[in-house]
Design a protein around this ligand. Structure first.
Ligand SMILES: NC(=O)c1ccc[n+]([C@@H]2O[C@H](COP(=O)([O-])OP(=O)(O)OC[C@H]3O[C@@H](n4cnc5c(N)ncnc54)[C@H](O)[C@@H]3O)[C@@H](O)[C@H]2O)c1
Length: 260
């Protein structure tokens, strides 16, 4: 069969996006797709060396991509405000906020053994971080009468993963927060949606023992992990102009594990 390779659409030309967790597996994949589609980018992460590596890789994949990196903690409200102010100062606008920054915290731990400090940390990054960045971005988007917010939750937030109390709780909060923002800004030209993936094929999963991956994928009717490009495509749709009549929603990316 003669397969034709099509150029990606340039539907993000003129738009500006912040990607939190921009040095991570999902963040770097989303960055590459948005850059190819013409979006200017600001990548935020807690790790500067990882950000520098991600930026070099982005320029190798997408020569000419307009992007810069900022080291910062998304759960620091003042830092979040400063990041958004910096993006507007540099690019003049902010159209898209994609939040992939997140941590699992200590896992494989029953509730009675959960360390409250670790619980607080996971909620701080996964829940407060998303809140702080939304809080900073919303006034800019409201002024423009346009915005797309995409918050990465997890199937754990819908179903609760045993042994992952803090992570599951934080991701349920991300779903609730996205519903509220979706409703509050529904008439402001801003959509806010969450994404609930099951396990994604990243370097982390590649390094796991085959039996562990089998345990996780057995719960998935498609009996495999999600490919990075599959979750990226859903995120990019939710971040696009085309996602104009869906807000406060949680997109499922679980190979059929959740059908709600
Ligand atoms: N990988 C999976 O199987 C999977 C499944 C469901 C949901 N998710 C969610 O998708 C998102 C991305 O996952 P990933 O696999 O790319 O993870 P990852 O660990 O590769 O990337 C997360 C990034 O967030 C950054 N980060 C952590 N704390 C931060 C903070 N306070 N401020 C700024 N950046 C911070 C990390 O440095 C890292 O680069 C996460 O929210 C995760 O919970 C992942």
């Amino acid at each position: 069969m003669n397969l034709q390779v099509l150029d990606p659409p340039r539907d993000f030309v003129g738009q500006v996006a912040i990607i939190t967790g921009g040095a991570g597996g999902v963040g770097t994949a989303v960055a590459a797709t948005l850059a190819r589609r013409g979006c200017k980018l600001c990548l935020i992460d807690i790790s500067k060396p990882a950000l520098d590596k991600a930026l070099t890789a982005l320029h190798a994949k997408c020569p000419g991509a307009e992007a810069y990196v900022v080291e910062g903690d998304v759960s620091d409200a003042a830092a979040a405000t400063e990041i958004v102010r910096g993006v507007v100062a540099r690019y003049g606008r902010l159209d898209v906020l994609i939040q992939t920054a997140g941590i699992t915290g200590k896992t494989n731990t029953k509730t009675e053994d959960v360390d409250p400090a670790n619980f607080d940390l996971v909620l701080r990054v996964n829940m407060r971080g998303i809140f702080c960045m939304c809080r900073a971005a919303l006034p800019v988007m409201a002024k423009q009468k346009y915005g797309r917010i995409v918050n990465i939750a997890s199937i754990a937030g819908k179903e609760g993963n045993a042994g992952m109390l803090a992570y599951s709780t934080s991701k349920a909060a991300v779903i609730g927060l996205s519903k509220t923002i979706g409703k509050e800004y529904a008439e402001a030209g801003i959509t806010c949606n969450a994404i609930a993936p099951a396990v994604i094929q990243t370097a982390m999963v590649d390094a796991m023992p085959a039996e562990q991956v089998k345990y996780m994928t057995d719960k998935i009717p498609m009996k495999r992990c999600c490919e990075l490009q599959e979750v990226t495509d859903v995120i990019v749709f939710a971040a696009s102009r085309a996602c104009s009549f869906t807000t406060g929603f949680t997109f499922d990316v679980t190979g059929g594990r959740a059908t709600y």
